[in-house]
Write a protein that binds this ligand. Sequence first.
Ligand code: ATP
Ligand code: MG
Length: 554
Amino acid sequence: MAEEIISRNFIENEIDKDLAEGVYDHVCTRFPPEPNGYLHIGHAKSILLNYGLSKEYNGEFHMRFDDTNPTKEKTEFVDSIKADIEWLGADWGEHLYFASDYFDRMYEVALVLIKKGKAYVSDLSPEQIREYRGTLTEPGKEDPNASKSVEENLAEFEDMKNGKYEDGQRVLRARIDMKSPNINMRDPILYRVAHLTHHNTGDKWCIYPMYDFAHPLEDAFEGITHSICTLEFEDHRPLYDWVVRECGMFENPPRQIEFAKLYLTNVVTGKRYIKKLVEEGIVDGWDDPRLVSIAGLKRRGYTPESIQKFVELCGVSKANSSTDYAMLEYCIREDLKTRVSRMMAVLDPVELVIDNYPDDKTEMLEVPNNLENEALGSREVPFSKHLFIERDDFMEEPVKKYFRMFPGNEVRLMNAYFVTCTSCEKDENGNVTRIHCTYDPESRGGNSPDGRKVKGTIHWVSAETAGDVTVRLYENIVDEEKGVYNEDGSLNLNPDSLKVCSAKVEPSLLEAKPLSSYQFVRNGFFTTDMHDSKEGVPVFNRIVSLKSSFKLPK
Ligand code: ATP
Ligand code: MG
C-alpha cells in the first residue's frame, strides 16, 4: 500500500531533529504580542502556527503579553487580543502570562551579568551611543564606561533603579564586542531609564528592560523550547543566545527559529498603518470590516475555520513573499458555500409587474435553503403580482449575449415561474420605473412545463412583503491599481472602499441575528453587522462576492 506522504514544514523538521537528538523532550511554544494595537491576519498566522505545533507535539502553548514598553500599551488591547485569539480557536488553558510580571527576575539577571563583568552602566548620551556603535562597514568604539569595576556598576545600576537619573542619562549595556560584524552584538542596551507609569506595575519601576534582553528571558523563565518569530529577528539570534547562556540559569534554554512574515497583496497589515487609519477616522474603528485586523475580519463575516484554512494554504517559509488577497476570499467562499442558506435579496431594485397574475394573491413557494446541503432544509418565500428584480437584470435594448429580461424574452424567476417580458415604463428622464411581464402558470417552481428552455434565471423579492435593509459593499481600502502607497509615503486610499445601498430582501431576513451569514444568490456572501444591526432591522456587510478568477496555487 502506498504510504501517505505528508510534507512537513521546516520548523517541524527542526523540532523533529531536536526531539530526536534529545535537546528537548517536549515542545512548548508561545505567542508574545505587544499590547499596543489589535491583532491582524499576520498575527493569526503566528498564533495558529505556534498553537498548531503545540497540539501536534502534544506540548504546551503559552499566551504572553510582551508588555515591557509602557509608553504604548493599553488594557483595551490586552482584552481585544485575548478575545481575538479565543475566537481563532487557540486555547492557552492556564498559560496566560505577562512579561511585566518578570520585572523582578529580569532585574536579578541583570545583577548576575554585572557581577560576572558582562554588563556595565554607561553615561554616554543616546547620540554618543549611536556614534560609538559604528556602522555596517566600520567597527564600533569602546565605551569608556566598559572598564568600570563591578562595585561601581552595581551601585550605579541601583541608583538607576532608585530614580536618581533622568530618562536617557544612564543605560545598562551588555559587554560583548564593539567590533562584532553584527551590530546587535556591539554592547547592546539591556535597561533604560524611563519615568513612566506601567499598566501592570504602576510606578514601581523607572527602569525598563529592552526587548532583546527581556524576550529571551521571558521565553527561558517559561520553559519555552521553540521561540518562533519573524525573519527580522534573525540578526538578533546571537544576542538571544548570548542572554540565555550568560545568565547561566537554564539547562535547556529555548531556541529561536525565524519564519517569513505574512504579507498580503494590496492590503495594509502593519499595526502602525491600521492604527493610523483608525486614529485619523478613515475607518470605523479597529474592527472596520475593511481592515484585515482579526476583529475586522470577524465583523466582516470571516470564520475562524476560513482563516485556519488560509494560514494552512500559505505554508511556512524562510523567504519573504506576498500572498494574494484573493486566496483569503477563496477560503471564506469555500467555507460558507455549503454552510449557509441561499436567500434572495435585490440590491438595486426595480419593480416588475406580472400582468396576468391575480391581483390579491400571495402564494408561498417552498424553496430549498442550499441545494448542496440538504440538512439546511427549506423555507417558504412569498410570491405575488408585484416583485422587485435587479435593475441590471433588465435591458430595454439588449446587448449581444444578454439573456436576462428584455421585451419579448422569456426568463426564469428563480424557484418560481417562467415569465416573458412585455414592456417597460419610464420617467421623464428615460429611467425605467416599472417592467411588465406575463407568467406561465404551468411552470411553477421554475420548471419548464414542456421542455422549452430559457437561458436566464433571475432572482426576485415579492414587493408587498419585502424587507428594506441597509447593505454595505466593500472594496479594498487601498487602491489596487496604483499601489498601496503614494510617493510621499501616505496611503493611496480607494474612495470607493465602502458603498452603502438600500436593498429589498425576503421577509425572513429581517429576523437575522447579528453575525449570521447568508449567501444572497448571485450577489455574494453577506453577514449581519454585529454593531449596527438592531432587532428586526439588520444591516448586512458583504463578506465577499461569488466569483473570482483566483486559482489555488499548485
Ligand atoms: P506589526 O509588524 O504589524 O506592527 P508586530 O510584529 O509589532 O506587528 P507583535 O505584537 O510584536 O507585533 O507581534 C507578535 C507576534 O506576531 C510576533 O511573534 C511577530 O513576529 C508575529 N507577527 C507579526 N506580524 C506578523 C506577520 N505579518 N506574519 C507573521 N507573524 C507576524
Ligand atoms: Mg513588534
